[in-house]
Design a protein around this ligand. Structure first.
Ligand code: AMP
Ligand code: MG
Length: 409
């Protein structure tokens, strides 16, 4: 049964993802500058990697068909193949070539026997029975095949991919332009750090968690500060933000019954939906469009900001940035040592701490006070405990799914 404007986490994610398309701009950059950028198009291998059949071991290259199946075989060593210095002849009958790891396989050879397995004496080598054809040979193209995609469009380039591009000889690569996100905090009680707090004021922490989250994603930031509940200031800030960025990200002012101008201004300036999401923490959220920018209006509570960012906004930003497929957010089951109260029909993300118990097995405990404004327990946490809509209370010792806050938080 769905209530108007009430969405499950999955519905909110899906509605948002369906609305978004990747930004179109792109640039070619030196590969070092491509770290954390998103690949524009497939990159094909211009040659096989490895380029030649080569040895996986230090040993002797030989023809397996020459070996006696039932007893050791003695072969004559006719040369040496080093990495970067191939053996240029051809292996003949009952012959072997001393070969080092990475050296190109000599003509005629199909197998390498490791040096530990043989008895070598002057120019002769005794190979035991039972050596299998093709053993210890790495084949040309077994890593990457010439003309086939080595990396696919939409890949977010990490250290591995920089190495892979270098292994193909590419000095530059085409990546999508960086996403630009303008963000600001709202609320009359929100004070900027650097001056003493007035009565009833709280320091703005959301702009700093969002700064950290967005920076780790490699996004271009437009920090618009704290905006008071003043219609003129709010209107100007929303207009400037939407003109400058692909995404406008705000926190605060979207709850039901908020006595402020944020919702009114979003409605006036764009097409915006105000949702109640069946999520804890993080229930209210706005999503829509202002001018040419997408708007994400996050709740005000500091942990609610981080949870809605991680569970809903993150993939939206990935999609806008061109990341495809979207990164998996795996969960896995571990016993929870604490009992947890859980409301039905809601997806809850208590902050958890995975720890290794004395028996060596991993368990999870609650990271501390679960209030949606409590950042200290967020800091103590290293995972979310994911309690899906159909789940009831958790008893101590029950299995729960956990999602590791990998890298980002
Ligand atoms: P709101 O969603 O505007 O009703 O805010 C919910 C709670 O979050 C209130 O207690 C606010 O004071 C707090 N809050 C809102 N914005 C921020 C912010 N930028 N930094 C810290 N706390 C905030
Ligand atoms: Mg407020």
């Amino acid at each position: 049964m769905s209530r108007p404007n009430t969405l499950t986490v999955a519905q909110a994610r899906q509605t948002i993802l369906e609305a978004l398309q990747p930004v179109a701009g792109w640039e070619a950059v030196p590969i070092r500058n491509a770290l954390d950028r998103v690949l524009l198009r497939d990159v094909n291998a211009p040659f096989d990697v490895p380029a030649h059949d080569n040895s996986a071991m230090d040993g002797y290259a030989l023809r397996a068909g020459e070996l006696d199946p039932g007893s050791p075989t003695t072969l004559t060593v006719v040369g040496t193949a080093l990495a970067g210095k191939p053996f240029t002849g051809t292996i003949g009958s009952k012959q072997a070539v001393r070969i080092m790891t990475g050296a190109v396989m000599p003509h005629g050879a199909d197998t390498v026997v490791a040096q530990e397995q043989v008895r070598a004496h002057e120019a002769m080598v005794e190979v035991p029975a039972g050596v299998k054809r093709g053993h210890n040979v790495r084949h040309a193209g077994e890593d990457l095949t010439c003309g086939k995609p080595a990396l696919e469009a939409g890949k977010r380039l990490g250290p591995t991919e920089l190495g892979l591009l270098a292994s193909l000889g590419y000095a530059e690569v085409a990546v999508r332009r960086r996403l630009r996100v303008a963000f600001f905090s709202t609320g009359d009680e929100i004070a900027t750090i650097g001056r003493p707090l007035g009565p009833g004021e709280v320091y703005d922490s959301n702009r700093y968690t969002l700064f950290g989250l967005l920076t780790r994603l490699g996004i271009e930031l437009v920090d618009m500060g704290v905006v008071r509940d003043d219609p003129i200031l709010l209107e100007q800030t929303f207009r400037d933000a939407a003109a400058e960025a692909d995404v406008v990200l705000t926190s605060g002012g979207v709850s039901v019954g908020e006595a402020d101008f944020v919702k009114a201004m979003m409605t006036k300036l764009g097409q915006v939906n105000f949702w109640k999401i069946d999520i804890k923490p993080g229930r209210p959220m706005a999503f829509g469009r202002i001018g040419n920018a997408w708007l994400f209006g996050l709740p005000g509570n500091p942990v609610a900001v981080m949870v809605t960012f991680y569970q809903i906004v993150l993939d939206a930003l990935h999609k806008l940035a061109g990341v495809s497929p979207l990164p998996a957010q795996p969960t896995f089951a571990v016993p929870c040592v604490d009992a947890i109260r859980k409301s039905p029909r809601r997806r809850e993300f208590p902050r958890g701490r995975l720890f290794q118990a004395e028996d060596g097995a991993w368990r999870v405990r609650l990271a501390g006070n679960q209030g949606s404004g409590i950042l200290s327990s967020m800091s103590a946490a290293n995972c979310f405990i994911v309690l899906t809509e159909d789940r009831d209370d958790v008893a101590a010792g029950d299995l729960v799914e956990v999602q590791v806050m990998a890298g980002l938080i």
